[in-house]
Design a protein around this ligand. Structure first.
Ligand SMILES: Nc1ccn([C@@H]2O[C@H](COP(=O)(O)O)[C@@H](O)[C@H]2O)c(=O)n1
Ligand SMILES: C[C@@]1(CO)OP(=O)(O)OP(=O)(O)OC[C@H]1O
Length: 161
């Protein structure tokens, strides 16, 4: 088995869609980035790539490449999942922590689990998603951005461990 860690942060700005965990949340502000800036999926992808020592998402999907302008991170995650399977691994489970003063993540968790599980071809029960505010402290507390962390355990596709 192998373990990986991922982290991402994006700035909240006006005039962008808010996409988190593959779910679009109606909002007057969204996350800024070259892609759709989905911090949750970016953290998960980095965790999976990290577990396999394959580098990071910037290596696979450079933010200078026009192909990834406003990219749907679910599609990028499907590519990472393909690389993971190519290395002979599958998701054991993952645990995600979102730091956001707003919006409330809890009402969207089941839909996010379904989207992430679909991209990585695993069970929704193997996708843990939790959220906390930052108690109005720092840039997250001032609603200037959202961050996410992910830990992923990978298991060999064949065999017990
Ligand atoms: N963006 C968020 C933040 C928090 N939650 C849920 O609220 C609970 C309490 O949050 P505190 O920051 O006050 O500890 C937290 O445990 C989450 O269940 C959320 O859904 N979305
Ligand atoms: C996926 C990419 C593609 O440009 O998305 P960005 O929105 O630039 O997000 P970031 O987390 O800063 O870097 C990852 C990039 O590879």
């Amino acid at each position: 088995m192998r373990i990986g860690l991922g982290f991402d942060v994006h700035r909240l700005v006006e005039g962008r869609r808010l996409v988190l965990g593959g779910v679009e949340i109606p909002s007057p502000v969204g996350l800024d980035g070259h892609s759709d800036a989905d911090v949750i999926l970016h953290a998960v992808m980095d965790a999976v790539l990290g577990a396999l020592a394959l580098g990071d998402i910037g290596h696979y999907f450079p933010n200078t490449d026009p192909r990834f302008k406003d990219a749907d991170s679910i599609q990028l995650a499907e590519e990472v999942a393909l690389a993971m399977r190519g290395q002979g691994y599958r998701i054991g489970n993952m645990d995600i922590m979102v730091m956001a003063e707003w919006p409330k993540i809890a009402p969207h968790v089941s839909k996010m689990q379904a989207r992430i599980a679909g991209a990585f071809q695993c069970s929704e029960r193997d996708v843990g998603i939790k959220a906390t505010t930052m108690e109005q402290l720092g840039f997250v507390g001032r609603r200037e951005g959202i961050t996410a962390q992910a830990v992923v355990l990978l298991l060999p596709s064949h065999g017990r461990d």
